[in-house]
Design a protein around this ligand. Structure first.
Ligand code: NAI
Length: 430
């Protein structure tokens, strides 16, 4: 079933923010677009993301053309897909006929022109606006007028990429998570130029590929990379204040909060360099809002080459298999420790809830999509807004106000939405 703009807006409390350009979008529906048209898919860039997206589309039955400037990248993508497919057959997840079909569905091409018969293209090349714009302009000269041209960018604005096209209404952000075949969530991001038809067809196509779609406004970090910032940032702040060490904070989040990994384990897993760069990019993109301020600790770890698992040392030390080798002795489970762990967990949790509530307040996405994004995109044990309902608005507002009163920093300002909901005795879902 297609999700109408009115439904999207309803899920956004019926608020049509001027930037959301809903009137523009509904006026520009293109009759020629049709879901069933998406059969030929062109993927630009055969690196980590492009090859994963190609696998997803080919598994869903599309004819995929995977393009890269480098022959080595194409060869590598082909051989790693073969290995993945062999493993899936060995594990009994797919039959050898299916393996054959999926592999046959992908052709590896070394010129952009070969994508000319695509109904949809998804670009996953280097994260550089000028390079992406150049590729998009060239591509537009080859494909039909109704071909959707999407970008998998993590940090660039879709509006700036779309602006390079003669028909910017066909451009949209389709943001997969790594590894694309395994991660359920895909954020679909309409730019202010994107037509309603482009958005609908993109959403439906990605759902047909077996993914959970969260529609996000074209703002820095979209949903996940914005809402997740306090998971890292507040953990680093707690460490920097000398309240607790890495391991104590990680254990609090796992044992009290039920998170699969603690913030420091996760930063080590992602790579301190990568995670720091995302934080820095989001901070600058939000005009240096103190809420997103990066931490010196992470910068120094990056500078020192303590990148995490990939370098054998980050906040923890790792053996050759990537297992942590330097664990502290078991932490005392006496009740005061538990209270201490609960305090750490609740401080990080309320900051996450505040960020999620503010994303809803600013119409970044619907409440349902915000919660789906965090549970399906980064495996949070619960949606943050559902968690807010569970804790109650009094708890959320009081916790935020206590932090603000303690520090008097703008970083701890309570979202107006939480305050308003408390006054009106409202909840997000109940
Ligand atoms: P990657 O470095 O693994 O692959 C990029 C590929 O693009 C390389 O094979 C390169 O040869 C090719 N390429 C570069 N310029 C090209 C051009 N002009 N034409 C054709 N091919 C070109 O990069 P990765 O990690 O796959 O990232 C790609 C995009 O996906 C970036 O925009 C990134 O921000 C985004 N992204 C990355 C995620 C990740 O975890 N790696 C997650 C979600 C989005």
């Amino acid at each position: 079933m297609l999700k109408s703009v009115s439904r999207i807006l309803k899920e956004n409390n019926n608020q049509c923010h001027p930037e959301f350009a809903c009137a523009e979008r509904s006026r520009s529906i293109q009759g020629s677009f049709n879901m069933t048209n998406i059969k030929n898919v062109g993927i630009i860039g055969a690196g980590t993301m492009g090859s994963g997206i190609a696998q997803v589309a080919a598994t869903a039955g599309c004819n995929v053309k995977l393009f890269d400037l480098k022959q080595e990248a194409l060869d590598k993508a082909k051989s790693s897909l073969e290995k993945i497919m062999n493993r899936l057959v060995e594990k009994g997840r797919i039959t050898s006929e299916e393996q054959h079909r999926i592999q046959e569905n992908i052709s590896y091409v070394s010129s952009l022109k070969e994508l000319e018969d695509s109904n949809m293209t998804i670009e996953a090349i280097v994260e550089n606006l000028e390079v992406k714009q150049k590729v998009f302009q060239e591509l537009e000269g080859y494909v039909d007028d109704d071909c959707i041209i999407a970008s998998n960018t993590s940090s660039l604005s879709i509006a700036s990429i779309a602006a390079s096209l003669k028909k910017p209404e066909r451009c949209v952000g389709i943001h997969f998570f790594n590894p694309a075949p395994l991660m359920k969530l895909v954020e679909v991001i309409p730019a202010i130029q994107t037509s309603d038809a482009t958005l609908k067809i993109s959403e439906e196509t990605i759902k047909n590929w077996g993914k959970v779609v969260a529609v996000a406004k074209d703002t820095p970090g979209f949903i996940v990379n914005r809402v997740a910032r306090p998971f890292y940032g507040e953990a680093l702040r707690i460490y920097e204040e000398g309240i607790a060490d890495f391991e104590t904070i990680d254990r609090a989040m796992k044992e009290v909060g039920g998170f699969r990994m603690g913030p420091f384990e996760l930063m080590d897993f992602i790579g301190n360099d990568v995670n720091y760069t995302v934080t820095e990019t989001v901070f600058a993109a939000f005009y240096f809002d103190p809420r997103y301020k990066p931490a010196f600790t992470q910068k120094r770890f990056s500078e020192a080459g303590y990148l995490g698992r990939k370098s054998g040392r980050g906040y923890y030390q790792y053996d050759a298999q990537g297992k942590i080798i330097s664990r502290h002795a078991e932490l005392d489970s006496a009740s005061h420790k538990k209270e201490f762990s609960t305090e750490i967990f609740e401080r990080i949790l309320v900051m996450l809830i505040n960020e999620a509530a503010d994303a809803l307040f600013l119409n970044i996405a619907s409440a349902k999509d915000i919660d789906n994004a965090m549970t399906k995109g980064v495996n949070y044990p619960k949606g943050l807004l559902a968690w807010a309902d569970e804790k109650g608005m009094d708890w959320c507002v009081e916790k935020m106000d206590a932090l603000y009163n303690l520090y008097h920093e703008d970083r701890y300002r309570c979202s107006p939405l939480l305050r308003r909901m408390r006054e009106k005795n409202q909840s997000f879902f109940k």
